[in-house]
Design a protein around this ligand. Structure first.
Ligand code: OGA
Ligand code: NI
Length: 364
């Protein structure tokens, strides 16, 4: 038994390594004409029942209009608070980012992933010290990873201390910079709304540094010949304060709500916002960091742009715990405080293994 496990493990590692050495990602497999999903991508989560439960049609995924935010402030705060407490997810429209900017960001990501492999190869890395990197599965070699995800990604650090413009691939340089400026502004607006929804003064979360760090992840999900055995992004909750997600019109993103998977409807011009683990931690469980995933699809590619708000790698010694103002005798802290360094190291090492990062910090 032990011997065969070791053998299996060895085969898996050499298979992973051979795949990784191509630096061509999942897209390289598709370009090579594969018609079967390689073993390393066969994911137990995909083999479970994964079709959308037809019962979920009665759920209305929250859609919040940010138009006239100063006039309608109370109503918008209420909607955001409710969505953050129950779904941990919502979509926003009239968010201040022009739709042509969104469209060009999706096109820019696509240009990067679809250019000549020799231009992409120098960016292939998992070195967290790098400000720009492209890879297939940041946790490909993690022992806990159940199987590889069917997606390739380009990650750029945009704040604080952003990547130098020339470090960002030319195919998406200009738009990544433009989009990140817009998304940073939206991030600060959302932080005010999140703060008010918690009953705090509008600049509370901003002053805690909750939007100082911005990382932009350009995901490319190639079409999959056997979507029933692979998964685009396996179930996880985000390890940041909050995320702003731009998705194209293909679909496949699902949120685990009230014990079932609910589709997030692609809505042209809208952005998806979700609460991350650290905002759940500092809000002492008032806001929820909800598990989500992306299904693999027969059609593709699907493109998405995830903007992760965190402290960024240079403020990692800062300590975060449940916010004092929210605590009382009846609402004692549910989590121990942590440095961001500790939190990122823990969650990065753990990878997308299907378990929560937060349980590690929970006071039992
Ligand atoms: C993520 C994520 C969803 C998507 O990158 O954390 O959840 O639609 N992405 O790509
Ligand atoms: Ni996510």
């Amino acid at each position: 038994m032990a011997a065969s496990n070791t053998q299996q493990n060895y085969d898996k590692i050499s298979e992973l390594k051979a795949f990784d050495d191509t630096k061509a990602g999942v897209k390289g497999l598709i370009d090579g004409g594969i018609i079967k999903v390689p073993q390393i991508f066969i994911h137990p989560e995909a083999l479970e029942e994964k079709t959308t439960n037809p019962k979920n049609t009665h759920f209305i995924f929250p859609l919040i209009d940010l138009q006239n935010i100063h006039i309608n402030n109370k109503e918008i705060v209420k909607q955001i608070q409710e969505a953050s407490e129950t779904w941990g997810f919502f979509q926003v429209i009239n968010h201040g980012i022009p739709v042509p900017v969104l469209d060009e960001m999706l096109r820019g990501a696509r240009r990067f992933h679809e250019q000549d492999i020799d231009v992409k190869k120098p960016y292939y890395s998992r070195d967290v010290a790098r400000k720009v990197m492209y890879n297939c599965n940041f946790d490909l070699f993690s022992e806990k990873s159940l199987a590889a995800n069917w997606r390739d990604s380009l990650y750029s650090v945009m704040a604080p201390n952003p990547a130098n413009p020339e470090e960002i691939p030319e195919t998406c340089r200009e738009i990544t910079i433009e989009y990140s400026n817009y998304v940073m502004n939206l991030g600060y607006t959302l932080l005010e709304l999140f703060s008010e929804g918690l009953g705090l003064k509008p600049n509370h979360l901003k002053e805690m540094g909750c939007a100082e760090g911005l990382g932009i992840l350009c995901n490319y999900y190639p079409k999959c010949p056997q979507p029933e055995v692979a998964i685009g992004t396996s179930r996880h909750a985000d390890n940041d304060f909050f995320t702003v997600l731009l998705q194209d019109d293909i679909g496949g993103l699902q949120v685990f709500h009230k014990n079932q998977w609910v589709d997030v409807p692609p809505t042209h011009g809208a952005l998806v916002v979700n609460i991350g683990d650290i905002l759940q931690l500092i809000s002492n469980d008032k806001y929820k960091s909800i598990v989500h995933r992306v299904l693999a699809n027969k059609i593709g590619p699907r493109i998405s742009i995830a903007s992760f708000f965190s402290t960024g790698p240079f403020a990692t010694s800062r300590i975060y715990g449940p916010i004092e103002e929210l605590l009382s005798k009846d609402n004692p802290p549910k989590y121990r405080s942590t440095t961001m360094k500790d939190f990122f190291e823990y969650s990065n090492k753990k990878g997308l293994d299907g378990n929560s990062n937060l349980s590690h910090y929970k006071i039992i």
